[in-house]
Design a protein around this ligand. Structure first.
Ligand SMILES: Nc1nc2c(ncn2[C@@H]2O[C@H](COP(=O)(O)OP(=O)(O)O)[C@@H](O)[C@H]2O)c(=O)[nH]1
Ligand SMILES: [Mg+2]
Length: 526
């Protein structure tokens, strides 16, 4: 499967930009990923098939890079030190059939000089003479850095007196593993074998165990030097197979770097920290809830009294005051501070907690009012309500039973007085009957009145219940915010994992046989 590295990088970058925008990453954390390089040697060409090997001369001022290219071309295509103390331009030298369609972005065209040739034997190599890397001009360094990702083989040119030049040497150490390298010890007419051996030793320390060093003399030209061997070596590398292998190697290195950076980025999305934050939030809320429960007792009583005074209509007293708002903000701030200490993305969390804080009064007051209304409609608790209904029934049943009993006695008394001639019911009976009927009604009536809660008590009971429910709801909302944040974090972590997988799966594995021809040119065998 073709590995489209630049597509992958573009995808990563647009992902990072989105995450930065949604504030789950800050600019500093995103820097590494945003600075990823999309450039490859292939990106110089529009077509993906059959490109030349891209070879560049690199090194300090005056070591003879331009002279080497001119010697190769058989004509003066690059300016040498005689004309200009430092080269400020890049010279491209390639076959006329090759076209570099996509020059590095942002490079001024006047900084590029292109010379073409018609030698078909050298069709597969594109040569680049880089500007002097160690010159005082910052722009030169920038030019080299812009070109570097597009190069397959770097020819590190030194002279006997400057073979471990400062800036260029540091670049070799930094970029060593990312390219294939050949070395030229130019101005060999001024050199000796001690310098050659020492240079070799320095390269071994830099990671090149068996470096390919070519000793050349360009001025005056010496046809017996190793220049032709250098050219032959490069020509042998220009077979499509090797170019492809170099290309794959470059991609593997880039993919590995990308994977490392994606892994490093995953550290910003640690979901386990949310468990700690949630535990902390619960603990803090417990304290706040206790404080609120005590603090709301007084306004609840006041409010209940007002309800009673207004005969159950809604009074103009606020349950939620600035004190309550401040306490809530305090606990939310503490949660945000903790998140910051745990290195959890705090900005989106703060935004959500602020929204919650702005809605808190409404949440609590709505719950309190609702519960109060319910209580006013259905006063008292269940047992009270049951007993009240029972008393209401007894108020009817007991007097009815007493009446029945009295009626029966009247009927029996009348019958017996007629049958047996007994005297009829007396005044005593009448007084007792009235008392019985009265008491059978009065007792349940009195008990019902006693059981019936007052308007104030009913309102207070409802409001208290509502405040408790409101506080529980606020706690739920806080925990919901944390859960949402945890989910978002988990999602970002997984997206990074998917990007890593994609990048890993698309890279072809090393073909050791092909790498053999690159022996001595690579720092490691990636
Ligand atoms: N003695 C000697 N001088 C050389 C040799 N190669 C190049 N030069 C001179 O070194 C100077 C700098 O060469 P140039 O190619 O411009 O170096 P660049 O800055 O690396 O491109 C010029 O004056 C060349 O004539 C060489 O092999 N031997
Ligand atoms: Mg030059």
């Amino acid at each position: 499967m073709a590995y489209d590295y630049s597509e992958c990088i573009k995808h990563v970058k647009s992902w990072v930009e989105n995450v930065v925008q949604s504030q789950y990453l800050d600019a500093y954390q995103a820097k590494e990923l945003l600075e990823l390089d999309e450039r490859t040697p292939d990106s110089l060409f529009a077509e993906d098939t059959g490109r030349p090997l891209i070879v560049a001369f690199m090194g300090g001022t005056g070591v003879g890079k331009s002279s080497l290219l001119n010697r190769l071309a058989g004509q003066d295509i690059a300016r040498t030190g005689v004309e200009r103390p430092t080269s400020r331009e890049v010279t491209l030298y390639h076959h006329q059939d090759i076209s570099v369609q996509q020059l590095p972005e942002g490079l001024p065209l006047e900084k590029i000089k292109i010379s073409t040739h018609q030698n078909d034997e050298r069709k597969n190599i594109l040569w680049i003479d880089m500007p002097d890397f160690d010159s005082v001009e910052q722009a030169n360094k920038q030019l080299v850095m812009e070109w570097l990702p597009h190069i397959d083989v770097l020819i590190y040119v030194v002279s006997p007196e400057r073979y471990r030049d400062g800036k260029a040497w540091r670049l070799l150490l930094a970029e060593g593993a990312s390219h294939a390298w050949l070395f030229v010890l130019n101005k060999w007419d001024q050199g000796d074998s001690v310098q050659y051996e020492d240079f070799k030793k320095q390269l071994a320390e830099a990671g090149f165990t068996d470096p390919k060093i070519y000793r050349t003399t360009c001025f005056p030209p010496d046809s017996t030097d190793e220049f032709n061997m250098l050219v032959q070596h490069l020509e042998s590398l220009s077979e499509q197979q090797i170019v492809d292998e170099l290309k794959q190697r470059g991609l593997r290195i880039r993919a590995k770097l990308l994977e490392e950076k994606l892994t490093a980025c995953q550290q910003n999305f640690d979901t386990e920290k949310y468990e700690q934050l949630t535990a902390f939030a619960r603990q803090q809320w417990k304290k706040t809830e206790k404080l609120f429960a005590e603090a709301f007792r007084w306004p609840v009583q006041q409010l209940a009294q007002s309800y009673a005074d207004k005969g159950g209509r809604k009074p103009d007293i606020d349950l939620w005051d600035s004190w309550a708002q401040s306490r809530l903000n305090d606990v939310l701030d503490e949660i945000a501070f903790k998140a910051e200490a745990l290195k959890i993305p705090v900005k989106p969390l703060k935004t959500k907690l602020t929204e919650l804080s702005q809605q808190a009064e409404k949440t609590l007051v709505t719950e309190a009012e609702l519960a109060c209304r319910k209580a006013l409609i259905k006063p008292g608790n269940r047992i009270q309500r049951f007993l009240i209904i029972l008393m209401k029934l007894l108020e009817f049943i007991l007097p009815a039973a007493a009446l029945g009993l009295v009626g029966y006695q009247v009927f029996i008394g009348y019958y017996e007085s007629v049958e047996e001639g007994n005297p009829f019911l007396g005044v005593n009976f009448v007084a007792h009957s009235i008392l019985l009927i009265l008491l059978s009604w009065l007792i349940p009536f009195f008990l019902r009145k006693k059981l019936q809660p007052s308007l104030k008590k009913t309102a207070e009971y409802g409001l208290q219940k509502g405040v408790d429910a409101g506080l529980k709801k606020l706690e739920r909302e806080i925990l919901d915010v944390l859960e949402t944040e945890q989910q978002a974090t988990r999602q970002y972590y997984q997206q990074l994992e998917e990007m890593k997988d994609k990048c890993r799966n698309n890279v072809q594995q090393t073909n050791k046989q092909q790498v053999k021809q690159l022996n001595g040119m690579l720092v490691d065998n990636q």
